[in-house]
Design a binder for this molecule. Structure first.
Ligand code: ATP
Ligand code: ZN
Ligand code: MG
Length: 417
């Protein structure tokens, strides 16, 4: 099939620091877009389309693209990137994309876009990294928690999530409690290669109003459990691992960016000083751990991928107050970096919005909102970046990793049968 492309000259030149941001946001412009490329000089956008658009469709596409461009790039000021650690020159031993070899060896298989099952090799590596994060959590005496995968819509609404990240939401619903609806669905539900066709036949009214979504992050659950009361003891360190969901459309490529991924977080709740000091301690301890592993990476200031309406204001705010730092691991095969973790400070945002207050005697005036922060690691990303630097052969891995995996391995079937 011939490639169908549409060239657009952006209304505003896209500055280099926003190339990636604009490119990934173009995924949400129209279902007809299969891929978008912003040229390095910021002067051209190439859309790859599923179908040839007619002229009305073309102008509509152009108008929507320009809306993304102007809201992200017009008057944008390049934030000063602050680099806290730079170990990008650590020696790496591999220069290929590990996705291909993992798929070829059956160490990974794709169920759908952004949804992968992982075999023993990646699983053991993830266990290794989990062990590192649990060690980090233990040094803060973090209390263990388990959180659900679903999250109530009213919770996310309370923390402005719908306005900030509408594009990446994943909704959970179910059939209405109605015998006719359920019977009808049971008889007609069928799938094509991607979609549930029964859902179309049975119409949207078959589904219950949406009460829940799939959780986009781990730490929110903790804040909600603390809402509307003083924080007992005035400070808390907690840790949990959980399934997270972010729909990233055509940006969902390989193990690098998933719809359904796993995040380990260590969460700090208390006064401003308590949160900031612990975030910094966590970073320093993590630096030592990453040094032993030999990972090539840097830690630099960053911002969250807010949707276009909120992006400019929020990203500038995060950058001005140094609210987010990312651990960006080197991906040698494409001479790029990928966020494998982040050190976040939310100021008193959750304390204020969820009415979590500091009790008497905690330093701050009683009743003042708590501050929060979290250290978050993407488990699949961590394993992916490691494999991108050291390859799929354990014999080529740093000894700390190899030895841990060897000694912690579950006993093999002794009979060999
Ligand atoms: P990115 O900049 O890559 O979009 P993020 O800044 O939105 O990621 P955080 O909100 O800081 O990510 O989440 C913490 C960690 O969770 C990230 O550093 C990354 O390792 C992981 N993560 C986030 N989004 C995804 C995803 N779509 N697929 C896999 N891992 C992810
Ligand atoms: Zn968090
Ligand atoms: Mg990021």
């Amino acid at each position: 099939m011939p490639e169908i492309t549409l060239e657009i000259v952006p209304a505003v030149v896209i500055p280099t620091h926003l190339t990636g941001e604009v490119q990934s946001k173009l995924a949400y412009v129209d279902q007809g877009i299969a891929k978008a490329v912003v040229s390095a000089d910021g002067l051209h956008i190439t859309l790859h389309l599923h179908q040839q658009p007619n002229s009305a469709e073309r102008s509509r596409l152009e108008e929507k693209v320009q809306r993304v461009v102007t809201s992200l790039a017009r008057g944008a000021i390049q934030p000063k990137v602050q680099v806290l650690e730079d170990f990008m020159d650590r020696p790496v031993r591999y220069h290929q994309d590990p996705n291909d070899v993992l798929l070829a060896r059956g160490e990974m298989s794709q169920e759908a876009q952004g949804i992968f099952t992982l075999g023993p090799l990646v699983t053991r590596l993830i266990e290794f990294f989990e062990n590192q994060f649990l060690g980090l959590a233990a040094s803060f005496n973090a209390a263990p928690y388990r959180f659900p995968t679903l999250i109530p819509a009213r919770y996310l609404e309370r923390v402005n999530y719908f306005r900030a990240f509408p594009h990446s939401l994943s909704f959970a619903t179910h059939l209405r409690e109605d015998l006719d609806v359920i019977d009808d669905f049971a008889q007609h539900a069928a799938c094509d290669h991607e979609h549930l066709l029964g859902a179309l036949n049975t119409s949207a009214e078959s589904f219950a109003p949406i009460q829940t979504l799939l959780s986009p992050a781990v730490c929110y659950h903790l804040y909600f459990s603390l809402a509307d009361k003083p924080l007992p003891g005035g400070q808390l360190v907690a840790t949990a691992v959980g399934n997270c969901f972010r729909y990233e459309s055509f940006n969902l490529r390989s193990l690098e960016r998933l719809w359904n991924f796993t995040m380990r977080e260590i969460i700090f709740v208390g006064s401003k000083d308590f949160v900031l000091q612990n975030r910094e301690l966590a970073r320093q301890e993590m630096a030592q751990r990453l040094e032993k592993i030999g990972l090539a990476y840097r830690v630099e200031s960053a911002n969250d991928p807010f949707f276009i309406g909120e992006f400019r204001k929020q990203a500038a705010f995060q950058s001005a107050f140094q609210l987010k730092y990312e651990i960006r691991a080197s991906l040698p095969f494409k001479n790029a970096t990928l966020a494998v973790g982040s050190y976040n400070y939310h100021q008193d945002f959750f304390g204020r919005n969820l009415n979590i207050s500091l009790p008497d005697g905690s330093g701050a005036p009683a009743g003042a909102p708590v501050h929060t922060g979290c250290v978050a690691f993407g488990l699949e990303r961590m394993a992916y970046a490691f494999l991108a630097q050291f390859g799929p052969e354990p014999a080529n891995w740093p000894a700390v990793v190899r030895d841990w995996i060897k000694t912690s391995a579950a006993p093999q079937n002794p009979g060999g049968a």
